[in-house]
Design a protein around this ligand. Sequence first.
Ligand code: FE2
Length: 236
Amino acid sequence: MLRKPSLLLYLDLQHIGYCLPRDSSRYAALNLGNGNQHFEQLSQTWSQLPQDVYLRDAGTYRYRRYVVLEVSTNKTHVLPYEPHYQNSSYNRLNGGFSRNFATFSPSVLNNPVFQQVLNWSIAMISRPDAQNWKVQCHQFRITGDEKQEGKPTPEGIHQDGAEYVFIMLIKRHNIEGGVTRLYKNRDTIFEGMLAQPGDAVLLNDKKLFHSVSSIHPLRKGELAYRDVLVLTFHQR
Ligand SMILES: [Fe+2]
């Protein structure tokens, strides 16, 4: 299959505000998902996420970990622990106060797949010049059952307050829903599913808004969950 080179993907990102990394030969070469042992090891860490106790809708459907990195070309280091804070203008539901989340485990930070997608994203957003980035990294699990739907974006259509956002699907288990939508000037410019492990979107958070629809179990009586890795990039 003919794959677009990364340059065209970069132009997508600049001109339409987002790109789908699976279209890139360099990203495809990472061979993420089924059959990649490092991806499988990374995926398993999502079963050890503490519950997010800060949801103001009183929901118990979100589990997460959080760490902040400083990344420049060829160099990454973990910044000292800081609570997660989002301005309430970006997050009307859960913004405006500090939230303390458990940090990433070393097995995630040292995982080759985690490092590859981080470096791939940095390479994409740092063209043409190398830049320094503060990267907020989130492991999210959203669950759903018959009593409670899972809301990947309980704040609705929103921006994250970053320059760029990378969202990669780790796993969908027993779910329907979870449709990703991107918006420009209130128009929907992308609607689609991150369906397979490793499917991702990289978006310009200054230009676009985003949302993900609620999830529900396909098979009743069995827990449903959607695992994603989200990286938000802030220029230093
Ligand atoms: Fe978001």
